[in-house]
Design a binder for this molecule. Structure first.
Ligand SMILES: Nc1ncnc2c1ncn2[C@@H]1O[C@H](COP(=O)(O)OP(=O)(O)OP(=O)(O)O)[C@@H](O)[C@H]1O
Ligand SMILES: [Mg+2]
Length: 405
């Protein structure tokens, strides 16, 4: 049996290129957003920030940001503790020295970005973080800054003090009220992403964070996919095996409805602390996902079974959320009968649980206990790498909102 721990180690991030065409489409989208950035950095003034210019931070500062506290250099942050280590990055809790703001620094080692394709995924991740922040969507983690250091590409995001949902799930299911509330937040976050033609592709409790007020936010757009239009079909594989929809496994093309499948697996897991599909190896797991039906515990309520069964419909066209109504259909389920989504969107519903002030559940305690200054790992680095200069041309960003300036 593949345990959740083993899954953590084996986290599968598959990038199988199925269609040259699709690659080209993605490039068009990225070039589009790069151009948008270029427009914004027109009329730049000479660099006025305090820190020494790094060889990897050459993007000029837009005029309106001159005089703002620097965010674009690793020296601008005090790294405090380790928040998480994923398949791609190491995430640190850090304090922005100039403002005292707590942030999360996701450091991606440049050694792991050897292919242009991986480089473009990082750009997309940054662009989605930026989109989320600009729109101030309460259910998506947003960008604070992005920059390159000698050996890393860093994405700095708003810190979520409650940690990720998997830390609350280790042995026990979550109370139903919390599952309804957190999944309701995810419905609103997914709605926003889908409206912007973004398929997240890695919805799972590890990628859902709780902010200090107790609201849930989607994070980790590292395997997200941008499509050309709302219902577009796409082929390349990406995500975590336990949460992969049957049509993705079968490689027959898929749409944004793979996110609703993963969302169904996540609700099942939160309510039971188990996976609906398991297997002693990856092939058996994939067989179970494509061929078998989930079993529900006797104690599970009818409306929980109803929403999970409809989300785990193996036919993507019949799956809940697959129509143009997308999230609106999901909101109508009786599972959400007690949630007023308009009030939730305005954060007017009181969260069922407020994270404790000193949450260390998600920290590696060893770092907290020793109060040791930590530094980013630099194993394997001899020479600083200058990655795909064209792809990373406008990467450096300090995202101040108009209200900050
Ligand atoms: N903004 C944040 N606030 C608090 N914790 C965070 C934040 N961002 C990330 N984390 C923690 O770090 C973990 C890894 O982050 P993230 O998922 O972005 O990295 P990843 O390398 O893409 O992960 P994976 O490959 O496991 O999906 C999260 O599961 C969470 O526990
Ligand atoms: Mg993750």
């Amino acid at each position: 049996m593949i345990t959740p721990e083993k899954e953590e180690q084996e986290k599968e991030k598959e990038y199988i290129v199925k269609s040259e065409n699709e690659e080209e489409q993605e490039e068009v989208e990225i070039i589009k957003s790069e151009n948008e950035e270029r427009e914004k950095v027109e009329n730049v003034e000479p660099e006025k920030e305090k820190c020494k210019e790094s060889a990897f931070s050459k993007t000029p500062i837009p005029k309106e940001l001159a005089g703002q506290p620097s965010r674009r250099y690793i020296e601008d942050y005090d790294l405090r503790s380790l928040l998480g280590k994923g398949g791609f990055g190491t995430v640190y809790l850090a304090k922005h020295k100039a403002t005292g703001e707590k942030v999360a620094v996701k450091a991606l080692h440049k050694q792991g970005i050897k292919k242009e394709r991986a480089a473009k995924s990082v750009i997309l991740e940054k662009n989605i973080l930026k989109l989320a922040k600009r729109n101030q969507n309460p259910f998506l983690v947003g960008l604070f800054a992005s920059f390159r250091s000698e050996h890393h590409v860093c994405l700095v995001t708003d810190y979520c003090a409650g940690g990720d949902l998997s830390t609350y799930l280790k042995e026990n299911p979550l109370p139903r009220e919390r599952v309804v509330f957190y999944s309701g937040c995810v419905v609103l976050g997914l709605q926003f992403l889908h409206q912007h033609n973004i398929i997240h592709r890695d919805i799972k409790p590890e990628n859902i964070l709780l902010d200090s007020d107790g609201y849930a936010k989607i994070t980790d757009y590292g395997v997200a996919k941008r499509t050309l239009s709302y219902g577009n079909t796409t082929w390349s594989k990406g995500g975590t095996c336990y949460y992969m929809a049957p049509e993705m496994i079968k490689e027959i093309g898929y749409t944004k409805s793979v996110d609703w499948w993963a969302f169904g697996i996540m609700i099942y897991r939160m309510l039971t602390a188990k996976y609906p599909f398991n297997g002693s190896d990856r092939a058996i797991l994939k067989h179970n996902i494509t061929e078998n039906q989930p079993q529900f515990p006797d104690t599970m309520s009818e409306d929980s079974i109803d929403i999970i069964e409809r989300l785990l419909n193996k036919n993507p066209e019949m799956r809940l959320g697959s129509t143009d109504e997308d999230a609106e259909d999901v909101k109508k389920c009786s599972f959400y009968k007690d949630i007023d989504f308009d009030a939730l969107a305005k954060k007017q519903i009181e969260p069922p649980y407020i994270p404790k002030k000193k949450t260390t559940g998600c920290f590696r305690r060893i770092f907290c206990r020793r109060k040791k200054r930590i530094a980013m790992t630099e194993e394997g680095c001899e020479e600083p790498l200058n990655l795909f200069p064209e792809v990373f041309k406008n990467f450096e960003c300090s995202l101040f909102l108009p209200s900050d300036i």
